[in-house]
Design a protein around this ligand. Structure first.
Ligand code: BGC
Length: 738
């Protein structure tokens, strides 16, 4: 490190003051260098990046996780550049590094912020072993379209759940102090509205009215900012005609001016230059102008900034003050990470990959993420003593890579324990497991093993089918228009079903699938998402009742694609559907078609309800809700009301239940959703036990953004429900008095 930088470290202690002092030493070219992130993956990066590093032209390198190379890049930056500024080393550590947690959508199904925080902590510890100090997570785009491949990376459809679990991820990655070993900077992405891409096509356009942006899509980002997230990433998508990477309304007016965000904003991959492809700009120079003036502080993997910002400043088109603000927040992050004091990584100082803590986090999270969608006649759990043989059928029973899911650049397949391996371990010699893969992969057609699968099913006492999607069918740029089970899986289910044995489906997938055509063909369904490294043991424990399923859906399961978007917090509309005012296409009276038609918002050819609602998830015990109460029927603005209900375990199994509280603001100056999740709690009850579960709701929790874009709480009547899903039946009400 050079003398000036050493002096700054010695004379200032706060990251911001240090950054200010360093900024004052920098040339314009060096400042612009900090605003560039470069890819460092081709060949030996120090060879082709060395000169740029020495000249101070690079602020961050992305995608190199070879610790020796990373240390060498840091060495050149720190020891051979004029000011010795270390690099941010970025990597997508989305749901684990070597040890892989369930996909984020699966993590959201735990409704357990502690587990989500721990998963991110473990990921940060593993990633920092390679010198990574910045991850591009959490992804907190509200996702209400399961066709969109990136729903897998999201925390689902709900504002509260996404906000709270996203904040927990930020805390996990960043730790108590960013400067601690094993803490890395987080990046909340993709700001904003990416989840609303038309028809779920990745990168497509979005049109979101301001009230919806503010009440839905912005809120998790606001929560991440409140949780201290270091950085934000812009979305690839066009938002109401202005692509996010050139959108000063979201990046300046909202993020900086309203929320007071002090970290920095990075573009998405080359999304600055893509402003031209969107049709917003004519060339890279204009793209750099738009992005810099809109508030994008660092350009990811593009060269619009490095090629044009200097000229733009010289021409007076971008103020040096804009550059200074960007660089100040980038440098502040570097100081906060302690990179100036400790630019190099000693892998030996950090825990081993796949250690006990990491595997326990992966297993516990997988265990709580699996959702029991249906369980006819208590088909599950399997009773070991009653079974001598089980047919294990399907392409995902023993696919250690596929169970990891999308975005696992560094995931170690060798650590995976598959369901087949875990089942074998659990049953030992007691039960004969007869495995038939039946399909090469989840998309296969014309499968010669179907006959063998049906035959094996007929010879066994029960059948476990491991179905779903391979990891490549979800994630970025992997959207689907038909989200049923791919390939010939439905045919496989029918053939196996015909053997007449109990059939349990375990579905591994990166999104909610439409299951209408198989739901009645099987006795039970465990929905396991892509459960990660320890998915196998978690699934085996659940199948054999060593633990009761307790996951709850973080996203609505449509019956058919045509219902999308379908989500629990929809608006009522003027003609809401009900059983009485809907009719099915097959029941239309041919002789009096007009009289038989309903008069409400529904589709003629499917039911108006989803197949499985948000929050749904069964258990091996029976939970019963009763006696919902409010502490006061009238409260004033600024008050807190306590809402409670009794939850009883009426079955004979000890189990967790995720208790959910929903409200509805009946009359407001803008229409409000029919239900909004306002609280949830995971509780554990032994058989016969009753617990009173209560939630404190402050009137601020009932606020929304009005027509004027301002946050407000309005007096009036609120309905409130407590239950085990968004279909909760226990309801009461309270009023906020004028
Ligand atoms: C994705 C981002 C990701 C980035 C870096 C982009 O294509 O949209 O989410 O962080 O690549 O890999």
């Amino acid at each position: 490190m050079n003398a000036q930088t050493e002096h700054i470290l010695a004379s200032q202690s706060r990251p911001l003051d240090r950054a200010r002092a360093l900024l004052a030493e920098m040339t314009l070219a060096e400042k612009i260098g900090q605003m560039s992130q470069v890819e460092a993956t081709h060949g030996y990066a120090p060879d082709y990046l060395g000169d740029r590093l020495r000249a101070g032209q690079v602020g961050s390198a992305i995608n190199n996780v070879d610790v020796d190379i990373v240390n060498e890049l840091q060495r050149i930056a720190v020891e051979e550049s004029r000011l010795g500024i270390p690099l941010l080393i970025g990597r997508d550590v989305i749901h684990g590094f070597k040890t892989i947690m369930p996909i984020p959508l699966g993590q959201a199904a735990t409704w357990n912020a502690d587990l989500v925080r721990e998963g991110a902590r473990v990921a940060a510890l593993e990633a920092s072993k390679c010198g990574v100090n910045w991850t591009f997570a959490p992804m907190i785009d509200i996702s209400r379209d399961p066709r969109w491949g990136r729903i897998a990376e999201s925390l689902g459809e709900c504002v509260l759940l996404t906000s709270e679990l996203g904040a927990a991820m930020v805390e996990g990655f960043q730790g108590e102090d960013l400067a601690d070993d094993g803490s890395i900077a987080a990046c909340a992405k993709h700001f904003a509205g990416y989840g609303a891409v038309e028809s779920g096509r990745d990168y497509a356009t979005t049109n979101i009215p301001d009230t919806k942006l503010r009440n839905v899509y912005f809120r998790p980002f606001n929560a991440a900012v409140d949780a201290g997230v270091s950085t934000l990433m812009t979305s690839f998508s066009d938002l109401n005609g202005v692509p996010a990477s050139g959108n000063s309304y979201i990046l300046k007016d909202v993020l900086r001016d309203e929320w007071g965000f002090e970290g920095f904003v990075v573009s998405d991959w080359d999304s600055v230059r893509q402003l031209q492809i969107h049709g917003l700009t004519e060339n890279d120079k204009q793209s750099a102008y738009e992005a810099a003036n809109a508030g994008v502080d660092m350009e990811m993997a593009g060269d619009a900034y490095s090629n044009h910002l200097l000229t733009l400043v010289e021409e007076g088109l971008v103020d040096e003050e804009t550059i200074d603000k960007a660089v100040l927040s980038i440098l502040t992050t570097k100081f906060a990470l302690g990179l100036f004091e400790k630019p190099y990584t000693d892998p030996a100082s950090l825990p081993e990959y796949g250690n006990d803590r990491a595997l326990a986090a992966a297993r516990d999270t997988a265990l709580q993420s699996v959702v029991l969608l249906k369980n006819d006649d208590a088909a599950l759990p399997l009773r070991q003593a009653d079974l001598s043989s089980i047919a294990v059928i399907g392409p995902l029973a023993d696919a250690g890579y596929e169970q990891l899911g999308t975005w696992i650049f560094d995931g170690d397949e060798e650590l995976s324990v598959t369901p087949l391996q875990a089942l074998q371990e659990l049953v030992g010699e007691d039960i004969d497991l007869r495995y038939v893969r039946a399909m090469e992969n989840s998309r296969s057609r014309a499968n010669p093993e179907f006959e063998l699968a049906a035959q094996t099913a007929s010879e066994c006492d029960a059948v476990l089918m491991f179905l779903g999607e391979e990891s490549i069918l979800s994630g970025e740029a992997h959207s689907r228009a038909d989200i049923g089970l791919p390939g010939d899986q439905v045919e496989l289910v029918r053939r196996v079903r015909a053997a007449g044995k109990p059939v349990i489906a375990v579905i591994l997938a990166g999104r909610p699938l439409t299951l209408s055509n198989v739901v009645d063909e099987v006795d039970a369904i465990l929905y396991a998402w892509h459960p990660g490294t320890m998915g196998g043991p978690a699934i085996a424990d659940l199948l054999f009742g060593r633990e009761s399923p307790s996951g709850k859906l973080p996203a609505t399961f449509p019956r058919v694609v045509g219902q999308i978007p379908i989500y629990y917090s929809q608006k009522n509309g003027g003609k809401p559907p009900s059983k009485e005012n809907t009719v099915h296409i097959d029941d239309i009276d041919t002789f009096a078609p007009q009289t038989s038609l309903g008069m409400s918002a529904f589709h003629l050819d499917t039911c108006f309800t989803p197949l499985f609602p948000f929050g749904h998830g069964l258990s091996y015990t029976q939970f019963e809700y009763a006696n919902i109460r409010v502490s006061a029927e009238r409260i004033r603005l600024g008050d807190t009301v306590m809402i409670s209900a009794e939850l009883s375990n009426r079955g004979d199994v000890e189990a967790d239940e995720v208790v959910q509280l929903y409200t509805r603001d009946l009359v407001a100056s803008i229409t409000r959703p029919v239900k909004e999740l306002k609280g949830y709690r995971r509780v554990r009850l032994v058989p016969g036990e009753t617990q009173t579960v209560s939630f404190d709701i402050h009137t601020d929790d009932l606020s929304f953004y009005g027509r004027d874009g301002k946050r407000r709480v309005e007096a009036g009547l609120f309905h409130v429900w407590i239950g085990g899903s968004s279909d909760a039946a226990q309801r009461t009400e309270f009023r906020i008095a004028e």
